[in-house]
Design a protein around this ligand. Structure first.
Ligand SMILES: O=C(O)C(=O)Cc1ccccc1
Length: 410
């Protein structure tokens, strides 16, 4: 399976076609109908032909605008077809616009089926398992960076991105919080995945032979004590994902390197499991959020969570007031996290008598147990907005309520 990656060549091959068709469709004013087909693979052909019609309409209107030599970039948008390829389609359909159906208006593909879900890593990564838990029959799309997974959704290559945000042992994955803020995607769901780590190596390799262990930094920190107990006081190196570590060892036939990854990664890359369940705590759980271009409509018929981020130019003093807005309404907070303010990490306060104080500035991330469809949540946020200089709702989404089974997992 091909991993989406950011090298210039693959970016142009992976993103170029659809982003230009996106542009073409946008110019035709129909981007959401053309690109938002909720159906499966075979209807992607339908997607292409409606884009072809749009593209040829845009091209012909460009030709009207610019004379015969007008730009044909819209026609090139359709998977490398040239102008000649489009002509029969244009003749056949130009005067017969296709009626919109209810399916064209639905905000996202039907639950799970044929949903394309981008995740960071290669097959066998826990994020792939999280995608499968959230959307059981989805098509999981591996990406070599989170940034690419976000862009895949933004550019309509994927419908969802899966992002690990915190772990019961390793804590928050800070960089991913920063990504939530840098991008404009919405949290539409969460999944809590019990994570069961294995120590993997090439067949025939014993753990005494290992001189280093590689994995995702979270996985390394989740297994730190167990590795030491196993006598593995060896170098530990962070890589971008757990399954990628396994793949790397297999591809390079590394006899003295072990990986921490899932049993599925061992199977996929032909490695042996030297030790099973090496996380320091059996109840090792990672929380992932699902991201989409559009928010979902919040409901009140099942437990919902809402995630927000806020800041105030006067610093942390606002925090008490914000927390009280939730406390007075009996709204539970499930998470609070602070991160350095991206654009303004330091606030300088000059005092002629005593000198210059340098305060760190923070963004605060809060998850609370209520749906934005509830009046108490709306009132709490209206109050929070009065106290803060920046407030964004990252999403209001159903809580993961699956039964707790910490011992056996991915
Ligand atoms: O590297 C992976 O497999 C991931 O999906 C990230 C991760 C790493 C460790 C625990 C949970 C998720």
């Amino acid at each position: 399976m091909k991993t989406l990656n950011p090298s210039p060549s693959s970016l142009s091959s992976v993103f170029g076609v659809k982003s230009s068709s996106h542009r073409a469709a946008s110019r035709a004013g129909m981007v959401s109908y053309c690109l938002h087909n909720p159906n499966s693979g075979h209807l992607r052909a339908g997607w292409q032909s409606s884009c072809a019609i749009l593209a040829s309409k845009v091209a012909s209107s460009q030709q009207q605008e610019h004379g015969k030599g007008g730009s044909l970039d819209a026609t090139a948008a359709v998977n490398g077809m040239d102008t000649m390829d489009l002509v029969p389609i244009e003749i056949a359909h130009a005067n017969l616009p296709k009626a919109l159906t209810i399916a064209d208006l639905s905000p996202s593909p039907a639950h799970g089926a044929s949903l394309r879900v981008a995740y960071q890593g290669v097959p066998g990564a826990y994020s792939e398992a999280a995608a499968g838990k959230a959307y059981p029959s989805c098509e999981a799309i591996p990406c070599d960076q989170f940034e690419i997974a976000f862009q895949a959704v933004e550019l309509w290559i994927a419908d969802r991105a899966v992002l690990p945000v915190e772990n019961s042992l390793g804590g928050s994955i800070h960089r991913n919080y920063d990504l939530l803020l840098r991008h404009r995607l919405h949290i539409v769901g969460e999944v809590q995945l019990p994570v069961h780590h294995c120590l993997l190596a090439l067949p025939g390799v014993r753990k005494e032979f290992l001189t280093r262990v590689i994995s995702h930094p979270q996985a390394l920190s989740q297994c730190e004590h167990t590795l030491t107990k196993l006598g593995l006081n060896v170098a530990r190196e962070g890589v971008s994902d757990t399954a990628g570590a396994a793949e790397y060892i297999a591809a390079n036939k590394l006899q003295t390197t072990g990986a921490i990854a899932s049993a599925r990664a061992a199977e996929l890359y032909g490695l042996n499991v030297l030790a099973d369940g090496i996380q320091d705590d059996l109840s090792n759980v990672t929380r992932f959020v699902m991201l989409a271009r559009e928010p979902i409509i919040p409901r009140v018929d099942r437990p919902f969570k809402t995630s927000i981020v806020f800041a105030h130019e006067k610093g942390t003093s606002v925090l008490f007031k914000v927390l009280s807005a939730f406390a007075f309404r009996n709204i539970n907070l499930t998470k609070i996290e602070s991160r350095p303010h991206l654009n303004r990490p330091i606030r300088v306060v000059d005092d002629a008598n005593v000198g210059t104080a340098k305060h760190f500035e923070y963004m605060f991330y809060i998850d609370f147990e209520a749906s934005m469809a509830e009046v108490r949540a709306q009132n709490a946020l209206a109050e929070v907005q009065e106290f803060t200089s920046f407030l964004r709702v990252l999403g209001s989404y159903p809580m993961d309520m699956t039964p707790w089974s910490p011992s056996r997992a991915e």
